[in-house]
Design a protein around this ligand. Structure first.
Ligand code: ADP
Ligand code: ZN
Length: 217
């Protein structure tokens, strides 16, 4: 499938992308994961992006488009892709549209994961992430904790709270989402690609997406 996952920070885009990827082999492309990996590796891109990321601000569109233009042409995308955290602004969505037209790629849907604000806030403050940049598994201290000594169940690296998951950065991210990313819902509605799903449980959401894909939403 070729799908964009839209939704506020903490809406579950990453979790749902992983489950969908297990289902049909479509590759998950998370711009956040790509950026965090480059920060860890001390790559040029990471150096440019780090300050924006730590305060919860968006990285400039031009940097993101450079990443995506290359990433989407890699061979593993031929089977399908799940865009998680991209596009994040109307200019990115417009640039993506042009890029896909140029490459002759058609999207199936832009799926908007709707989650109430209280649920989002609770999830974000209880979220923890594996510090291994190759893994980045996501945990929740209440519902899906790491091991008793705070290690990742998959790779045994320490599980940490991300720099952008302090309360201040979280509130900033939500505000930026409302201002810059929320308008994408209207953008994809006009494009005829939008599918809204009320998403409180990732597994149920994934079942609904699979069912819809089979029947053509
Ligand atoms: P979230 O948990 O908010 O979905 P991500 O892991 O997707 O976070 O992204 C983390 C940070 O990386 C963002 O706060 C932002 O600074 C940067 N980032 C990721 N994707 C984009 C994008 N498409 N455009 C601009 N900045 C981005
Ligand atoms: Zn791990």
């Amino acid at each position: 499938m070729k799908v964009i996952l839209l939704g506020a920070p903490g809406a579950g885009k990453g979790t749902i992308a992983k489950l969908l990827s297990d289902y049909d082999g479509s590759v998950q492309i998370s711009t956040g994961d790509i950026l965090r990996k480059s920060v860890k590796e001390g790559a040029d891109l990471g150096k440019k992006a780090k300050a924006y990321m730590d305060s919860g601000d968006l990285v400039p569109d031009s940097l993101i488009m450079d990443i995506m233009e290359n990433r989407i042409q890699e061979p593993d995308c031929e089977r399908g892709f799940l865009l998680d955290g991209f596009p994040r602004t109307v200019p990115q969505a417009e640039a993506l549209k042009k890029l896909l037209e140029k490459l002759g790629i058609t999207l199936d849907y832009a799926i908007n994961l709707e989650v109430p604000r209280e649920v989002i806030l609770d999830r974000l403050t209880t979220r923890r992430t594996c510090s291994n940049s190759e893994c980045q598994a996501i945990y929740n201290i209440k519902s899906d904790p790491p091991t008793d000594d705070g290690k990742c169940k998959k790779c045994d690296s320490p599980v940490i709270q991300r720099d952008d998951e302090t309360e201040e950065a979280i509130l900033n991210r939500l505000e930026i989402y409302n201002e810059k990313t929320f308008p994408l819902i209207g953008f994809y509605e006009k494009e005829g690609l939008l599918k809204n799903i009320l998403s409180l449980n990732s597994k149920e959401t994934v079942e609904e997406i699979k069912k819809n894909l089979q029947t053509g939403m």
